[in-house]
Design a protein around this ligand. Sequence first.
Ligand SMILES: [Zn+2]
Length: 249
Amino acid sequence: MDREHIFGARVAVCLCCGKKFLYYHEGTPQKRCPICTDQKQARPSIVQKRELLNYYDGVEIVSLPSKWEHMPPKGVRDDSFFKMTIKGSQYGADWLGRIDIFASEPFKKEDVISIREMEVKHEIKIKKKTRQTMKYGTVEIEEEFPVTTAENDVESIIRSRRYLRFERSEEFQTSHMVYATAYTKITLKGLGRQFRAVVEDETCIASWTIYGGVRSGRAHTTGVLAIVSPDHPLIITKTGDIQGEERYE
Ligand SMILES: [Zn+2]
């Protein structure tokens, strides 16, 4: 397959560096590659590489984890877009994971979309420091700086980040996008109801997970954004004082 036309991506030649690059939006063709754009706008990090990891099409939205935030255009040629971010921290101080979604429109229930899972590698600068903590003793932390920093003793590193990009699709609906949560609560015996909820997402077409809970571990929530179909369901199994099975397909 011709990689330059893969999945509707558009190819352009950068006006600054002359290299070919891919971009994924409709409308005015992009004139500069992501690296030259970042440099020109003196952004705090420089995109080194943007890679398409997975592509799904014909996905009908059933539920989404949060509300869209409208991001107005920054430069003359930048298009406005919509963003949704969900972090495990919304379920508790002991948390893991985040899901970032970018979209050309504020998609809602019953819209049929295509989804690109992207990985972007950024160059940033860091300074390593040690810090004393009560719990873990001496730990090494990384303080981040923009690539344009005048700070001494910083080193360049590449940090990678994943995100999802939604576009409207003309394909027939073949799968569903759902957001589901599994809440577990463990109390001391005799102090109220207790239950466990386990997420089984290995059968899903794709899934992205976040987690958050109290530091004691007695109450926690797993949030799962998943692409499912009758053959590839998401199942949440509950045991304890509240029993049952939730099936999303
Ligand atoms: Zn360039």
